[in-house]
Design a protein around this ligand. Structure first.
Ligand code: SAJ
Length: 434
């Protein structure tokens, strides 16, 4: 475990001849998690090489820029690049710590696709040295960390791998530490949240925790890798199930003719009731995806988790049907659709029910629709040829007789009853009630 580094490739101009000291980190994947993590690590004095397969991403970061919108990220990356603590590359260097933060999308039949994690492990293997620690942060099905060890073992028979469940590690450490930061608050939560650090062995967990303790103000909670993998899936499934309850309530309320927002507001005055908010469905790359990983691991037992996913997906269909019914009641009216992002005040449109609903509506009604989305400068390809236009809030309200709130962006919360007087309004977020 503690054998010294003798790297043949490391960071910097003399990389080929320099050892990789224990303050060097390679972060594989410069996306929503990897880039903020790389920049935060650099701000805490680590020498970080951010690795991405995209030349565009690498060039943008090396120029001190960002390719994603996230509060404080541009400043942090700019400072990290100027201080020369962060460099981006398409190649994986030798490093003391490797952090894998690549996507784990859903494959066919909602099965997890860990091919990017596997590719990252293959890219690390050639240069990894005794004493290094490989940490997987990507949300992953249970057993992925052991799969990483299997890949490295296959490519590096010279290294002794840690064995899951053994008391001590091998030549290298391998651990799982799930990211759990909220988009929109990533930089703040990276430092302040508690972390669950799961090692293949207790030594592996200690080795990974040493990295997190250097920049995390929250607690580092040590466990094994399979528990840590499960914890991540459970966190997002917990939220999905609870949102599904709110969404199901909203559909029940529609059917029985009561106001769901009043029901939830009043029920939540019970000391042990805390119902979440219904919406047009659940979006984003996490909560709409990760529960399926749990279902894939235990398809017979995960009945509630599967049903919650189905309820939340169905809520988007239900919402679209209700909007269509409203629109058909005023066949010539212009329609303002407010918001496309997957949640308020964010420029992330991944798995967004608002976007899916808007695209579907515009395919039929495009020339009647004005889309208002302060977090984009142009409508995405799904709107092309529909005739729908991107408009400012005031311009859209000036002509639209029907207004649909799909996302409760702060910019929309200023709307007053006077702004909407005489219009047909459908508020999928209960924004106007709050
Ligand atoms: N939503 C509702 N009603 C609510 C709350 C949320 O409809 O009451 C919807 C949102 O509009 C959005 C979706 O749910 O479409 C997800 O939003 P979110 O804010 O609940 O969560 P994410 O996807 O932005 O981030 C989650 C977080 N997980 C948990 O809160 C358990 C975050 O901490 C994770 O790091 C992140 O997933 C991730 O990367 O896994």
């Amino acid at each position: 475990m503690n054998a010294p580094f003798d790297a043949t490739t490391a960071f910097g101009p003399d990389a080929a001849t320099q050892p990789a000291p224990d303050h060097q980190i390679a972060v594989i994947g410069l996306g929503y998690i990897g880039l903020p993590t790389a920049a935060v690590l650099a701000s805490y004095g680590w020498d970080v090489c951010g690795v991405d397969v995209s030349q565009h991403v690498v060039e943008t970061v090396n120029a001190g820029g960002v390719h994603i919108e996230e509060r404080d990220l541009d400043r942090l990356v700019g400072e990290a690049i100027s201080s020369e603590r962060l460099v981006a590359s398409t190649n994986v260097p030798a490093a003391h710590y490797y952090m894998i933060a690549v996507p784990t999308p859903l494959g066919a039949d909602n099965a997890p696709d860990i091919s990017y994690v596997e590719a990252a492990a293959r890219s690390i293997a050639p240069n990894v040295l005794p004493g290094a620690c490989i940490i997987v942060e990507s949300t992953s099905p249970v057993g992925t960390t052991e799969r990483v060890a299997e890949i490295i073992a296959g490519m590096r028979p010279d290294l002794i791998m840690p064995q899951f469940g053994a008391e001590t590690g091998g030549d290298i450490a391998i651990a799982y530490c799930p990211e759990r930061v909220l988009p929109g608050k990533i930089v703040q939560e990276l430092v302040n949240n508690d972390r669950v650090v799961g090692g293949m062995t207790p030594d592996c967990a200690e080795s990974a925790a040493a990295l997190y303790r250097s920049f995390v103000k929250g607690d580092c909670l040590l466990t094994n890798s399979r528990v840590a993998e499960t914890v991540k899936l459970v966190e997002n499934s917990f939220r999905d199930v609870n949102i599904a309850f709110a969404n199901e309530l909203s559909m029940i309320a529609d059917e029985i003719g009561v106001d769901v927002w009043d029901v939830i507001r009043l029920a939540n005055r019970h000391p042990r009731v805390n119902i979440l908010q219904p919406g047009p469905g659940v979006g984003g790359h996490c909560i709409a995806v990760d529960p399926w990983f749990l279902v894939a691991g235990a398809p017979k037992s995960a009945r509630l988790v599967r049903t919650a996913r189905e309820v939340n997906d169905h809520k988007a269909v239900h919402t679209e049907n209700r909007i269509r019914a409203l629109i058909s009641a005023a066949p010539d009216a212009k329609v303002a659709l407010l918001g496309l992002a997957f949640k308020p005040d964010i420029d992330d449109f991944r798995e967004s029910p608002a976007l899916e609903i808007a695209e579907s509506l515009c395919a039929d009604l495009g020339d009647r629709v004005l889309v208002v989305e302060p977090f984009t400068e142009e409508l995405s390809a799904g709107f092309s040829g529909t005739g729908a236009v991107l408009a400012g809030l005031d311009d859209a309200l000036a002509v639209a007789e029907i207004v649909v709130v799909l996302v409760d962006h702060t910019a929309f919360k200023q709307l007053t009853p006077a702004d909407l007087a005489g219009k047909l309004v459908f508020d999928t977020r209960g924004m106007l009630k709050k």
